[in-house]
Write a protein that binds this ligand. Structure first.
Ligand SMILES: [Zn+2]
Length: 411
């Protein structure tokens, strides 16, 4: 009886997959929500196999290829999913309409013996330029389509799906190697680069050591007060912390850019632009209570900004792409930075949680981006705001290697 029950369960499970789905050279099952004729595939598996950026948050699933982003709202009803070409939540996974995805990201798509096939189109590297950029170095690479890239190590960049690269002279400091998943480019640099995705272009930025830049982003401003608790406004308190931090960092010779330094509204687009080329990005917010939370994954911040700028997000795909392209950082760097803030706060007696949601990284770059939410009670007095600013400053110094070892310290 148990065997039959097991077989029945398996039979039912398999019956849900109504077709085969080929993703690159891997095979998955396709489903047809709402009894329609639209094939859906597992979003995360597709992203993994094709090397796409993947993010699921706030009821939406995002898949990206270079500067291109496909966004689907997630429906839990098959009929709704079908009707609006939304993603479909099935068995705790997000499933996306395959043809729609292919169209949005310009992927290869066809029906082969009745089964959908989705794959990366081959990409050619057309041209590469090396530019001096204010003490730093910048490589601009042009392709014949959008290309997803990842930092493997500071001098090795993966160009996913690129199967045609130019010849380089044997004595060139730049070299390429062809891999099964695409091409790898080896560069002579050793500092952590940041990647910027533009249409059919990848910019690899190696910041100059002389110019270390920190962007401070006090949340809200102007008519947008943020959280208000008994006469305290988030917009004022976070600006106060940011100004204290700015002073500390400038005293160390760092270049500091404030997304706002007075009580004014800052559009999402502007905040995103400020963050486009920086070593560190710190967004400051407050929440009711006294809890301190540091979000180390840049996606969280990206989405919060996007959610706040929903109109902009819906209206201008370029702005949306700019945000997604620019607000991405290497998870290692951001997490390391967030943990360091948490440690520095702990030594000042403040407990801060570091949030590490296991979301697949959209992409990788060198900037460490964090969003810190402080309980508003923690920001009540000027001394408390100094304490937070100090902890943040120590983490910035440590991250940029400017830390002077404490006399008699253990490390
Ligand atoms: Zn806020």
């Amino acid at each position: 009886v148990r065997l039959i029950a097991l077989l029945l369960t398996l039979g039912l499970a398999f019956a849900q997959y109504e077709n085969r789905l080929l993703v690159g050279s891997s095979e998955f099952g396709a489903i047809y929500p709402g009894g329609g004729r639209v094939a859906y595939g597992p979003a995360q598996d597709i992203a993994r196999v094709l090397g796409l950026g993947y993010l699921e948050a706030s009821g939406k699933v995002y898949l990206s290829l270079g500067a291109k982003v496909a966004v689907f709202s997630i429906s839990s009803q098959g009929y709704d999913a079908l009707r609006y070409r939304n993603a479909y939540r099935w068995r705790a996974e997000a499933w996306v309409p395959v043809r729609e995805l292919a169209k949005n990201l310009e992927l290869y798509y066809r029906i082969d013996y009745g089964a959908p096939v989705i794959a990366l189109n081959p990409a050619r590297l057309l041209e590469m330029q090396r530019v001096d950029a204010g003490g730093g170095l910048r490589y601009i690479i042009r392709f014949d389509r959008d290309v997803q890239a990842r930092v493997i190590t500071p001098n090795r960049i993966a160009l996913i799906g690129v199967n045609s690269v130019p010849d380089v002279a044997p004595d060139s400091p730049i070299s390429f190697s062809q891999e099964s998943w695409g091409a790898e480019i080896q560069l002579p640099e050793s500092t952590q680069p940041s990647l910027l995705f533009l249409p059919r272009q990848l910019v690899i930025d190696y910041p100059g050591t002389a110019q270390r830049r920190v962007v401070l982003d006090p949340g809200h401003g102007g008519g947008d007060t943020g959280v208000s608790v008994s006469g305290l406004s988030e917009k004022d308190l976070v600006l106060s912390v940011a100004k204290r931090l700015e002073k500390l960092l400038k005293a160390k010779g760092l270049e500091v850019i404030m997304t706002r330094n007075r009580d004014t509204a800052v559009p999402l687009k502007a905040r995103a632009q400020y963050a486009s080329s920086t070593d560190i990005f710190i967004s400051l917010h407050a929440v009711p209570g006294d809890r301190v939370q540091i979000y180390s994954y840049p996606e969280v911040q990206t989405l919060r900004l996007i959610e706040k700028g929903r109109d902009l997000f819906l209206k201008t795909p370029e702005a949306q792409q700019a945000v997604l392209g620019r607000y991405v950082a290497a998870p290692g760097a951001a997490t390391q930075f967030a943990n360091s803030i948490s440690e520095n706060l702990a030594s000042a007696g403040v407990v801060a949680n570091v949030s590490q949601d296991a979301v697949y990284v959209l992409s990788q770059s060198g900037a460490a981006a964090v969003l810190m939410e402080s309980g508003i009670e923690r920001l009540r007095t000027p001394q408390a705001r100094d304490q937070i600013a100090n902890a943040l400053a120590q983490s910035v110094y440590a991250y940029l290697g400017l830390e002077q070892p404490a006399p008699g310290g253990t490390r």
